[in-house]
Design a binder for this molecule. Structure first.
Ligand code: GLP
Length: 247
C-alpha cells in the first residue's frame, strides 16, 4: 500500500483523474469499480472535461458502482443511479450495456446481489477500483464489522452513516439498508485508489493506515494488505498521519 499526500482537493482530483485516464489509455476495455459521494466529484469533472476535449474515450470500458440504497428506484433523486448519470455516465461516451449500478428496487435483493457479483466475474474482475471513505472507515457501504470475506450483499447502515447522508432525503429520513459490493470483491481489484479529502476524514484515514492492526472494525484498513493499493489524500485528510509517511 502507498500513501500520496497532495496539497489540496484540486490536486487530489487532478491526480485521481490522471490515474484513471492513464489506465484507460493502457487498456481501453478496462473494468472500473466506482464510488459516489462528494469526494470523487472533482475527479469526475476532470474526466468529463478530458472526454469533451477529445482526449479520452470511455466507449469500451465497463463500469460498476460500489453501492446503492435499498428500496430506491433508479430515478429517485437521492439514488446513486441519478448521481452517476448526472455527474459521469450521462456526460461521457459510456456504453449503457456496460454500465452497472445495483438495483435498489429489485424485487429480490438477494438475487440482485448474486447477479451483480456474477456480472463482475463475467467482466473479468475489476482492473481499477476507486473508493471514498466514510468517517467511520467504511468503504462502499461496508460498515465497521463487515467481514473481509464479504461479497455483494444487503447491509444495514450504521446510524452515524445515516445521519451524515440524511440531508439527501426528505425529512432527513435516509434508508436503513443498502446493497454494497463486498470487501473481498474490492480487495480482488487489481488496483485500488482510495480518495480522502478534508479534516473530517483525518481520523478515519489514520485508523485505516497507521493506527492499530488491520481490523474489520475499520473496513478500509484491509487495503494495507493490497499489493497495488494507494491512499490519495489531501493535506487535511492526511493531517493525523504524522510527518514520516507523506511522500
Ligand atoms: C457514502 C458512500 C461511500 C462514500 C462515503 C463518503 O456513504 N456509500 O461510498 O465513500 O459516503 O462520502 P463523501 O465523499 O461524500 O464523504
Amino acid at each position: 500500500m502507498k500513501i500520496r499526500v497532495l496539497p489540496d482537493y484540486d490536486a487530489l482530483s487532478e491526480t485521481a483523474a490522471a490515474v484513471v485516464a492513464e489506465r484507460l489509455r493502457e487498456k481501453p476495455s478496462a473494468v472500473l469499480l466506482l464510488p459516489t459521494g462528494t469526494t470523487p466529484l472533482g475527479m469526475y469533472r476532470r474526466l468529463v472535461a478530458l472526454h469533451r476535449s477529445g482526449a479520452l474515450s470511455f466507449a469500451r470500458a465497463t463500469f460498476f458502482n460500489l453501492d446503492e440504497y435499498l428500496g430506491l428506484p433508479p430515478d429517485h433523486p437521492a439514488s446513486y443511479h441519478v448521481y452517476m448519470r448526472e455527474n459521469f455516465y450521462g456526460l461521457i461516451d459510456s456504453d449503457p450495456a456496460r454500465v452497472h449500478v445495483p438495483r435498489g428496487d429489485a424485487l429480490d435483493p438477494e438475487a440482485e446481489c448474486l447477479r451483480y457479483e456474477a456480472a463482475i466475474r463475467e467482466a473479468g474482475g475489476i482492473d481499477l477500483c476507486v473508493l471514498g471513505i466514510g468517517r467511520n472507515g467504511h468503504i462502499g457501504f461496508n460498515e465497521p464489522g463487515a467481514p473481509f470475506v464479504s461479497r455483494t450483499r444487503v447491509v444495514r447502515l450504521a446510524e452515524s452513516t445515516r445521519r451524515v447522508n440524511a440531508a439527501d432525503f426528505e425529512a432527513d429520513r435516509s434508508p436503513e439498508r443498502a446493497i454494497t459490493v463486498g470487501l473481498a470483491t474490492i480487495f480482488e481489484a487489481r488496483e485500488v485508489l482510495l480518495l480522502a479529502s478534508g479534516a473530517n476524514k483525518a481520523g478515519a484515514v489514520a485508523a485505516a493506515v497507521v493506527e492499530g492492526e488491520v481490523s474489520e472494525n475499520i473496513p478500509a484498513s484491509v487495503l494495507r494488505r493490497h499489493p497495488k493499493g494507494t491512499f490519495l489524500l489531501d493535506e487535511d485528510a492526511g493531517s493525523d498521519l504524522g510527518g514520516g509517511l507523506a511522500d
